[in-house]
Design a protein around this ligand. Structure first.
Ligand code: DAH
Length: 337
């Protein structure tokens, strides 16, 4: 082996130690520290390893001194490495807690679902017309969903195929998910005396196959107005005021003769807005039999009622072609409202 002078061996060690300490002092993260470790202390091709090989070339009497210098340098580099490792680990922990150097991220605030927004808007508009907002249960008995609304025992609206009946104990009164919000008319009239102006918005359920205009769960706006001397003219005025507030601008309301067991006469309500007529729901004068069923005197008071589809009016207002979009929960759709 080539002979090595102790001086140059020591000088080599000093240079390595200075380089290592400098490199470790500026290493900014764990990767940089690791790169320095491999460069200086790497077991295979680290610089210290290379110098170690020179030890054998020192003259015999110089070997103890050379060995001591070597160990000192190695310990110094190891100490610098440990310090650097501790430093970057601490920095990483702090960075995880809060890295103030990261660019800001916009906070995406949530907002109300378009159907909820529509419900609140309807409540607000009807509130201005003096209609108080009330709620009713979604699980109903036959009395409120059918009997009290003059829907006879044989009426097809009761068909199990058209309703979500619930499993009840044998002999118990059948219960169902309400198929219409007209139930709330009955619940309110049972508790209160006229005059009444109420509006009720909520979910209803029918086992329809979902398509662009149907969904097995949807929402209705139910309105009820009972006072002595109420006429169809009041009904139409209220609907027109509502429609022009809700849709904005020029709206026409049209009645077409229809039939509902709980109104007489009954009409289908169409609205024209932006050059297009849309069917919005049903309405009519509350049938005297319904007033009598809740203990009102039909000779004293009369009333009108209406039931409109919330999804329909929302779709019309927002230009939504398929009501299923309201329930797909795709944020790209929902974000637009
Ligand atoms: N309940 C009816 C339906 O779901 C809609 C309706 C028609 C409600 C006439 C009313 C009304 O209050 O007077 O089809």
């Amino acid at each position: 082996m080539a002979t090595v002078a102790l001086d140059s061996f020591v000088a080599e060690l000093d240079r390595l130690q200075a380089d290592a300490v400098a490199a470790l002092a500026v290493a900014a993260d764990a990767d940089a520290v690791e790169r320095a470790r491999v460069e200086f202390l790497g077991a295979k091709s680290g610089r210290l390893k290379a110098i170690q090989k020179l030890l054998g070339g020192l003259a015999g009497p110089d070997k103890p001194a050379g060995g001591r210098h070597f160990n000192e340098a190695k310990q110094a580099v190891a100490a610098a490495l440990e310090a650097a490792q501790g430093r970057v680990a601490g920095a990483a922990a702090t960075a995880e807690a809060l890295d103030v150097t990261l660019p800001g991220e916009p906070v995406r605030l949530g907002h109300l679902h378009p159907i909820t927004q529509t419900i609140r808007r309807v409540q607000e508009i009807m509130g201005r017309l003096g209609f108080e907002s009330v709620d009713g249960p979604e699980v109903e008995d036959q009395w409120h969903n059918f009997d009290a609304l003059a829907i006879g025992a044989e009426h097809p609206a009761r068909d199990p195929l058209d309703n979500f009946y619930l499993a009840v104990a044998q002999g118990a009164d059948p219960l169902l998910l309400r198929s219409q919000t007209s139930t709330v008319q009955i619940r309110v009239m049972e508790r209160r005396k006229p005059p009444l102006r109420i509006v009720s918005l909520g979910r209803v359920y029918r086992p329809d196959t979902a398509d662009a205009t149907h969904y097995p769960m949807f929402h209705q706006v139910e309105g009820l107005f009972v006072e002595p001397g109420t006429t169809m003219a009041h009904l139409k005025s209220v609907l027109r005021l509502f429609a022009s507030s809700f849709l904005g601008g020029d709206v026409h309301v049209r009645f077409r003769p229809s039939f509902f067991p709980f109104t007489e006469p009954s009409v289908e309500v169409d609205m024209e807005w932006g050059g297009r007529w849309i069917e919005m729901g049903g309405a009519g004068m509350v049938d005297p039999a319904v007033l009598a069923a809740v203990g009102y005197d039909p000779d004293e008071v009369s009333g009108f009622a209406f039931g409109l589809g919330v999804e329909r009016i929302a779709a019309r207002r927002y230009g939504v072609a398929d009501i299923r979009d309201f329930y797909r929960n795709d944020v790209r759709f929902l974000e637009q409202f």
